[in-house]
Design a binder for this molecule. Structure first.
Ligand SMILES: Nc1ncnc2c1ncn2[C@@H]1O[C@H](COP(=O)(O)OP(=O)(O)O)[C@@H](O)[C@H]1O
Ligand SMILES: [Mg+2]
Length: 439
């Protein structure tokens, strides 16, 4: 969506009809299945879209002269056919990645799964035309002398193009869309988390607890990490470290680092681990690592233990307790000689809370459990639930979402929040020991 809007304003002067273009383009896409019309040749496709749009505008459009209307139709149709097959895919919010392998093969990633799109480009020329439109919007070009382009568009998408003879099967285009930057309030509105839990986690982040977000692929870890990072107070120096910069923090003092793969000669790689180590010399207050997958895990744990409390990261695991075991495995990849007890010591010392995310069959994302780590030093991992999901009661209508059940905070965690001047939401407070800020 944003990419298409960007292209439309790039190639034409901006005027106050932009809102109309956006609105009626959306209406047009509701009326017409773009995949269906890509079978038509370009003039027929245009004619079809113009007809539908003229009808929609005559019923729903504002009063305008026929010349104005003609111009508006022109602009919208230009935009709509501009990126061919990609238009419909970019308009589809569930698509996170678009992969074009030559003009006949288009794949998309939806909810972490790759699927083939039934319609592709009409010809190689059409694909080249689309690629040109995209890369010229960021003042780049693709041709024999520069057969590879990797660019980030002004709207945030990352685009990579590589063409023959380097790509053997035709021009290859990869567009990575980044998850929407939901804020914590949006997640409450979507039922991913409830308000008391959001308040508790915000208090924990302010109180510099180290939080680990865990979940499967596409369960919303990065999105949640972004929302959680939004709770870090302004004025703290935050360093974010990612493979592909997906986080979008709003605070004024953020340094964003992105790793880099090796070049074609196999040189020049900069890993997440390199960046974590470098970040320690940058006087960060907080380090936010997009996801730990390997060697960086041990460095991240050490950072969390030594002066960078309140750091955040995510890990791929199926449960809050399992997430700690997963960290142990990942951390041992750096240094196989480290005894297990040492790793446990690091993890017990570093991680305060694990937030587990789950993707529902209906596409919703939910916090399925939140556990505090209560084991210490070299002990085997022990966690205590702060929030669990309670299934909808027996007899409730089908599709009723589960509800969040909150439990009393372990005393150490409660005391830590109180010491930091944070209040404990009443749902997590022990009625017998009312939580109040000590004087
Ligand atoms: N709470 C949520 N509600 C609805 N959709 C979400 C939510 N969190 C993430 N998504 C969507 O799910 C997809 C994957 O999210 P992402 O945060 O990248 O997951 P992960 O990092 O676990 O792979 C994105 O398209 C994102 O917009
Ligand atoms: Mg992610």
């Amino acid at each position: 969506m944003a990419l298409r809007d960007r292209l439309s304003t790039d190639s034409r002067s901006v005027d106050d009809s932009d809102d109309l273009v956006t609105k009626f383009k959306a209406r047009l896409l509701e009326e017409v299945d773009l995949e269906e019309v890509t079978d038509l040749d370009l003039p027929k496709r245009r004619a079809r879209l113009e007809r539908v749009l003229a009808r929609v505008l005559s019923f729903e459009g504002p009063v305008m002269s026929s010349r104005e209307r003609g111009r508006l139709i022109q602009r919208i149709v230009d935009d709509t056919v501009g990126l061919g097959v990609l238009e419909g895919l970019l308009a589809d919010e569930t698509v996170t990645e678009i992969m074009v392998n030559g003009y006949r093969d288009v794949f998309v990633e939806r909810r972490g799964r790759i699927e083939r799109v039934p319609t592709a480009f009409a010809s190689e020329a059409q694909l080249y035309q689309t690629i040109d439109r995209i890369v010229s919007s960021v003042n780049r070009r693709v041709d024999e002398s520069s057969p590879m382009v990797d660019a980030r568009l002004a709207t945030g998408e990352r685009v990579n193009v590589i063409i023959p003879p380097l790509a053997m099967d035709g021009p290859t285009l990869t567009i990575r869309r980044f998850p929407q930057p939901f804020r914590m309030g949006d997640l409450v509105a979507r039922g991913t988390i409830d308000e008391p839990l959001a308040l508790l986690l915000a208090a924990m982040v302010r109180a510099r607890c180290n939080v680990l977000v865990s979940g499967g692929t596409g369960s919303g870890k990065t999105t949640f990490l972004n929302a959680l990072s939004g709770m870090i107070p302004d004025g703290e120096r935050i360093v974010t470290i990612e493979d592909a910069a997906e986080l979008s923090l709003q605070q004024p003092h953020v340094v964003r680092l992105e790793s880099r793969p090796a070049n074609v000669e196999g040189q020049g790689a900069v890993t997440i681990r390199d960046l974590v180590r470098n970040s320690l010399r940058m006087r960060p207050d907080r380090i936010v690592v997009g996801e730990v997958r390997g060697g960086e895990t041990l460095d991240m744990l050490q950072a969390m233990n030594t002066g960078h409390e309140g750091s955040l990261t995510t890990v791929h695991a199926n449960g809050a307790a399992e997430a700690l075991g997963r960290l142990e495995t990942l951390a041992s990849m750096t240094d196989l000689a480290l005894p297990v007890e040492t790793l446990r010591d690091q993890i017990n010392g570093a991680i305060d809370v694990v937030v587990q995310l789950e993707r529902g069959a209906d596409g919703s994302r939910r916090v399925s459990e939140v556990h505090a780590v209560t084991s210490s030093r070299r002990e085997a991992f022990r966690t205590e639930a702060l929030t669990e999901l309670a299934p909808a009661p027996f007899g409730a209508p089908a599709g009723t979402p589960p509800t969040f059940r909150h439990l009393v905070l372990p005393g150490t965690l409660r005391d830590r929040l109180l010491r930091a001047g944070e209040a404990v939401p009443q749902q997590f407070a022990d009625a017998a020991r009312p939580s109040e800020v000590p004087r």
